[in-house]
Structures are given as structure tokens and as C-alpha cells.
Design a protein around this ligand. Structure first.
Ligand code: NDP
Length: 490
């Protein structure tokens, strides 16, 4: 009897799984040569400018205004005028109408905003498209819903707007942070002057176009651009009633010192060094996805990033093996490519800070792992990095790196996990991975963090309050809690 030969497949097996480039088109974005400040519904020509670039190519994108204290003063005056002459007296349902319009326009123009965000900030397009933009629109929708219900949110407390809010935001989620700040402020009847970060002003400036399209009364939203000097001028301006700041703990502390005794209201959303705790009964493959999302999302430029991984000793080898394997599949490169997982580092300065801390980690004795990957020659890049053999005293276990760098520590018992997780000056967020609901609750009660995610990480919803304590700041953004910092009660 002749042997039956297995039939040969007509299609040859692929030898590699390389992704073809899938670039998002830049056509949808029209850049101006120079952007002015947006004050009282008009463009105000800046006395001084600087160049904003794309961190992935170092290409110059546009000239941006560097607001002087006088220009900041004009913006505050426009905001005061709009507050006193109309906006604060509008019925809540009318204010809601504008916020709903802004939300819808953001949805309509989402692609334009997503491309611009990735171009100016370096984050992968799939993140700006699928996370930043939908969440920014959702914030406006959510707070539009509260604008005419403030009396119900705070019964018998007679909520009233504060006046002019100065808002200073960072470069890691430029449009999303703008939405977190502007939506609740406007819903409560305040007017605002917002300063985007020096390196990422473009989506805030495009937002001025949305404000015009929504026919928001002039002066309700004012945008001034510039570096820290502009931020400082805004903070110290006499006619500002409230300051909302997101950024580094260092600058947050300086602002707090500056405002002491001034009577101005303040909320601070500062840094973090979150523990992501993996117990031996966790679903390991899901946990690995959560770890990757926790630290490599947005190149680790995330205040609540899960930058300290705490692994139960019994599953250490297995988990690290899986994590390293997963790391080798991350695609680092062009932020505008739809396949990219890890984009460019936001600025040269931030890259140098990451490099300095990574060098300190090696020097202190931690073991470094980086998957083989080719980084583009131009622009600012850092490969996804894991440090094992990390002691709690190392700088990489204590300081916020704000880059794609994970420090791994181990623990034996739940008590030890809590002890190590809380061994930080920060208190913004934490993660717990276990199959036991009772253990999740036990841990959440003990972890000293404003947000604790269970069997997930970096989940956001406008209805859910976010914020920290200790050196991570104070005040909440999101949810009903997010209204309170923009109101006074009679
Ligand atoms: P900063 O705190 O300096 O920046 C945040 C915002 O504050 C920016 O708009 C900045 O302007 C502005 N600013 C700077 N100085 C002053 C001042 N004296 N008064 C008022 N406003 C000011 O953060 P960096 O961009 O320098 O980042 C440094 C580190 O901070 C990062 O490595 C990271 O560790 C942490 N960080 C934390 C963030 C978070 O979300 N918690 C966000 C960003 C950074 P400009 O951009 O022009 O400097």
C-alpha cells in the first residue's frame, strides 16, 4: 500500500510578521505659520514668539506666542468682563447648550484633532484617536449635563460660580487636560484663561476655532501660550479667583507657596509613582496586558502610570518571562502610523531626564531589559524598558521617571505588598490584580492612593473622580466632585 502524502498548502508560510506602514494622512490638518493668543474672542498678536516642533521628526511646525504679563493681563480682563457681563448670569440650560455644541464639534473634527495631537506631542495616533479625543468630547457632554442641575448636585447649598479660573496644563494629554479643566469650569458659570504647555500648544489653539464655531460668547474661554513664565504671570495675577494646575510636584509646590494667604482657590494634580500589584492568583495574560497598558501607554508620560510593578514571588519568573515576550511585540516608531504602540518622547528635555534616571538605575545595581528595536534616527525616542532586581531605595523606585520605564519589585504576603506600595511620597493611583474580590477590597482599603484600579489599569470615565493626595496634590477632577472646585456655596 502506498503512503498517503499530506497535501501541500498552496500559500507559503510567512517567514516574518512585519507590519506594512499604515500612516495616517496629515492632509486633514492645516497649520498656520504663526498662532496668536486667543483673547476676548479675537486673535491677539504676540509681542514675542517661539517655535513649536514635532518631537518625532524635530520638524518645525509653527510660531507660537510667548505671552508677556501684559498679554496675560488682557486675557484675564477679557475673562472678567465676560464673567460679569453675561456668562455667570446665564441660565444653566443655556450654558449647557454651548457645552453640548463644543462636544459635538469635537466629535465631528476628531480626526483633525487626533492627527494634530500626535504631530505636536508624539503620542501614537491610535491613542489620540481612540482615547484622548473620545474622552475629551465625553467630558464636555458629561459636564453639559450638570450645568442646569447644580442645585440638585449640591442641595440646600446655593452653588455660585467663583469668577475667573486660571488653568495651567501639561504636555502629556494636551486636549484631554484642556477638556478636564474647561468643561466643569464653564458648566459652573466661570470664565477661563488657559495656558497649554510650551511644547504642545497646537490642539488648544485649534480648540479656539471650536469655541468660535460653537458661538461661545467672547471672553468666556481665553488661551494664552508660552513657557513657565506665562504660567507664573497667570498664577500671580490679582484678578484671578481660582487656579487649577496639572504638572510636576515641584511647580505645584511653588504655586501653593505663592498663593498662601491670597484667598485664591487652588487644585493641584501632580506626579505619581503608582504600584501595580500582581498576586499569584491573577489571570497572568490579562495582567501582562494591564502592566503594558499601565506603563507603556503614552510612552509612560502619564501621572498615574503603573511605574512600580509589585509581583508576588511565586509567579515572578513566569510573569517576567511573559512580560518580556510581550515587550518584544511592541512597535516603536512614527506616531502617525496606525500600527505604532509607543511613539516619541515629548521633548529633548524629557528624554534627557529619562536617560539620567535610567543611568542611575543601572549604576545602583538594577538589571535592565530592553527588547531589540530600531529607533528612528531623528526625533526623541526611548525603547520600552524593564528594570528587575530593584531595591526600594533606588531612585528608579522612588522618583517619577515619566517615560516608558518599569521598575519591578517582589513581595511575599499581602501585608508586604501594601507596605511596599505605600512606600512613596505620592498617592495618586494603584492597581491590583487578583481573582479574589475580597482581596481587592482589602487592598483598596489600605492602598494610599486616590484611584485604585482592580484587574484593569488606566481606565477613565468623565463620571468618575480622579485626583491624589500627599505629594500627588489635592482636589478632584471628573464626576460630581469635579464641580466643587469651581463653586462657592452661600
Ligand atoms: P511642569 O510642572 O513644569 O509643567 C506643567 C505646566 O506648568 C506647563 O504648562 C508649564 O509651562 C507650567 N509652568 C512651569 N513653570 C511654572 C510656574 N512657575 N508657574 C506656573 N506654571 C508653570 O512640568 P514639566 O513639563 O517641566 O515636566 C517635568 C516633570 O513633571 C515631568 O518629568 C514629570 O515627572 C512631571 N509631570 C507631571 C505631570 C502630571 O500629569 N502629573 C504632567 C507633566 C509633567 P511649560 O510647559 O512652558 O514649562
Amino acid at each position: 500500500m502506498t503512503e498517503i502524502q499530506p497535501r501541500k498548502s498552496a500559500t507559503p508560510a510567512p517567514t516574518s510578521w512585519e507590519y506594512a506602514p499604515a500612516p495616517e494622512s496629515r492632509e486633514v490638518v492645516t497649520l498656520r505659520e504663526r498662532y496668536d493668543h486667543y483673547v476676548g474672542g479675537e486673535w491677539l498678536e504676540p509681542s514675542e514668539t517661539y517655535t513649536t516642533i514635532s518631537p518625532s521628526s524635530e520638524e518645525s511646525l509653527a510660531q507660537i506666542g510667548q505671552a508677556s504679563p501684559e498679554e496675560v493681563g488682557l486675557a484675564v480682563a477679557a475673562a472678567r468682563d465676560a464673567f460679569a457681563n453675561g456668562w455667570s448670569a446665564l441660565p444653566g440650560a443655556e450654558r449647557a447648550k454651548y457645552l453640548f455644541r463644543i462636544a459635538r464639534i469635537l466629535q465631528e473634527r476628531a480626526r483633525e484633532f487626533a492627527v494634530l495631537e500626535s504631530l505636536n506631542g508624539g503620542k501614537p495616533i491610535k491613542e489620540s484617536r481612540d482615547v484622548d479625543l473620545p474622552l475629551a468630547a465625553a467630558h464636555f457632554f458629561y459636564y453639559a449635563g450638570w450645568a442646569d442641575k447644580l442645585e440638585y448636585a449640591f442641595p440646600n447649598r446655593s452653588p455660585k460660580p467663583l469668577g475667573v479660573a486660571a488653568q495651567i496644563i501639561p504636555w502629556n494629554f494636551p486636549l484631554l487636560m484642556l477638556a478636564w479643566k474647561i468643561a466643569p469650569a464653564l458648566a459652573c458659570g466661570n470664565t477661563v484663561v488657559l495656558k497649554p504647555a510650551e511644547t504642545t500648544p497646537l490642539t488648544a489653539l485649534l480648540f479656539c476655532d471650536v469655541v468660535r464655531q460653537a458661538e461661545l460668547p467672547p471672553g468666556v474661554v481665553n488661551i494664552v501660550t508660552g513657557d513657565g513664565r506665562t504660567g507664573a504671570a497667570l498664577v500671580t495675577h490679582d484678578d484671578v479667583d481660582k487656579i487649577a494646575f496639572t504638572g510636576s510636584t515641584e511647580v505645584g509646590k511653588a504655586i501653593q507657596r505663592e498663593l498662601a494667604g491670597s484667598g485664591k482657590r487652588l487644585t493641584l494634580e501632580l506626579g505619581g509613582k503608582a504600584a501595580n500589584v500582581i498576586f499569584d492568583d491573577a489571570a497572568l495574560d490579562q495582567a501582562v496586558e494591564g502592566i503594558v497598558n499601565g506603563i507603556y501607554f503614552n510612552q509612560g508620560h502619564v501621572c498615574c502610570a503603573g511605574s512600580r510593578l509589585l509581583v508576588q514571588e511565586s509567579i515572578y519568573e513566569q510573569l517576567i518571562g511573559k512580560l518580556k515576550r510581550r515587550l518584544s511585540t511592541l512597535r516603536v516608531g512614527d506616531p502617525l502610523d496606525k500600527n505604532t504602540d509607543v511613539g516619541a518622547i515629548n521633548s529633548k528635555l524629557q528624554l534627557e531626564k529619562i536617560e539620567e534616571l535610567v543611568a542611575a538605575g543601572k549604576e545602583e545595581g538594577a538589571e535592565i531589559y530592553q527588547p531589540p528595536c530600531t529607533l528612528p534616527e531623528k526625533g526623541y525616542w526611548f525603547a520600552p524598558t524593564v528594570f528587575t532586581n530593584v531595591a526600594q531605595s533606588y531612585r528608579i523606585a522612588q522618583e517619577e521617571i515619566f517615560g516608558p520605564v518599569l521598575s519591578v519589585l517582589t513581595f511575599r504576603t499581602p501585608d508586604e505588598a501594601v507596605e511596599k506600595a505605600n512606600n512613596t511620597m505620592y498617592g495618586l493611583s494603584a492597581g491590583v490584580w487578583t481573582e479574589k474580590g475580597s482581596r481587592i477590597l482589602w487592598m483598596a482599603e489600605r492602598l494610599r492612593a486616590g484611584v485604585v484600579w482592580a484587574n484593569t489599569y488606566n481606565r477613565f470615565d468623565p463620571a468618575s473622580p480622579f485626583g491624589g493626595y500627599r505629594e500627588s496634590g489635592f482636589g478632584r477632577e471628573g464626576g460630581r466632585h469635579g464641580l466643587e472646585p469651581y463653586l462657592r456655596f452661600e
